[in-house]
Ligand binder design. Structure first.
Ligand code: NAP
Length: 318
């Protein structure tokens, strides 16, 4: 037994020493001819993954399309307005020499949504999904119709979640890929009076955080991007005068900042938030709450109290 252990240790030492010298030799610059670089191994540059962007015909989505095209990514652009998608594709394709496919779709329509899901599931070239298509609403909750509530939820949450759901299994299988979900700071702020819109954006943040926890160990990156008011058509489309808003970010600045977060592999990127510690404090407080909500008994303040006078009345009648 001692003999076997001795030989095993000896053998392991040899393997370690060999591995050490092999690594050193591989890293060693070629010193045979001073001043000359060692011959470089020609490694074919792998093509960057194709990016599928929803809501690419205007605003934030169109800017993502431009930035990713400038980075050399082929694109699949999704929105309803085919003419605008064609014009964008022609411009970006000519300037950047990338291939651009159009997938016109109304993401609130089941057949169109299913077609985009199928593309995400089946097209192995697509390695990044930017879940950006979205809409807002003007007016308070009591002014909303059942149809407008349904449409907003269908686009901002159902379509976004289903598209992530279509692509995530393939990304998880290959241990690569990125999903970018566009939320909003309104998701933090019931005070802003956009209850349905804000609720959909709170959903986007929650879903992104959950997916990030679940998928990042499998090699899939998930980012939630939370813009504040940004100069795009969303306001006009919702019947809100954009000039009535005091602080508006330029859409190019917003997307550039979001991509800084993307390149850093941030889970949550909030371009308008200057004091990063505020998010850390909020998230820290949330996690503190988690440690305190696993209780078998209701909190002391919710212990039912006997109603004053009730016991006495019963006793009188008894
Ligand atoms: P936008 O310019 O109005 O862009 C919205 C995009 O979504 C357009 O390309 C539109 O294209 C597409 N879209 C709308 N309805 C659709 C549908 N039913 N099916 C498929 N595509 C549809 O607004 P944006 O500001 O860039 O908005 C992009 C995202 O940013 C949204 O999720 C929004 O909630 C979020 N956001 C914006 C702001 C802001 O202040 N701008 C702030 C926070 C978050 P078609 O009309 O061609 O379909």
């Amino acid at each position: 037994m001692i003999f076997i252990i001795k030989h095993l240790t000896h053998w392991m030492m040899i393997v370690i020493i060999e591995a050490f010298f092999t690594t050193r030799l591989l890293q060693r610059p070629d010193t045979a001819e001073p001043g000359k670089h060692p011959p470089q191994k020609v490694v074919p540059m792998s093509k960057p993954p194709t990016v599928l962007i929803t809501g690419a015909s205007s605003g934030i989505g169109a800017n993502y399309a431009e930035r990713f095209a400038q980075r050399g990514h082929d694109l699949v652009l999704v929105a309803r307005d085919t003419a605008r998608l064609e014009a964008l594709a022609a411009r970006l394709g000519a300037r950047n020499g990338v291939a651009i496919d159009l997938l016109p779709a109304d993401l609130t329509q089941p057949a169109d949504l299913a077609a985009v899901e199928a593309r995400l599931r089946d097209d192995a070239r697509i390695g990044i999904l930017v879940n950006n298509a979205g809409m807002a609403q003007s007016g308070g909750f009591v002014q909303q119709t059942a149809e407008s509530i349904e449409r907003l939820i269908a686009l901002n949450t159902t379509a976004l979640a289903r598209l992530a759901g279509a692509v995530a299994p393939r990304f998880a299988r290959t241990g690569t890929g990125a999903i970018v979900n566009i939320g909003s700071v309104v998701g933090f702020a019931p005070e802003f009076g956009m209850s349905i819109y804000g609720a959909t954006k709170a959903f986007v943040l929650f879903l992104s955080q959950g997916l990030s926890l679940e998928l990042s160990p499998m090699g899939v990156y998930v980012q939630a991007v939370l813009p504040a008011a940004t100069r795009t058509e969303i306001w006009e489309r919702a019947g809100i005068d954009v000039n009535s808003l005091s602080e508006l970010m330029d859409v190019g600045d917003l997307v550039d900042a979001a991509l800084v977060g993307f390149d850093r592999r941030e889970a949550v990127t909030i371009p308008p938030l200057h004091v990063a510690g505020r998010w850390d404090a909020l998230d820290g407080a949330r996690q503190g709450l988690l440690s305190d909500i696993r209780q078998t008994q209701p909190a002391e303040r919710y212990q039912p109290q006997p109603r004053t006078g009730q016991t006495g009345q019963h006793m009188t009648h008894a």
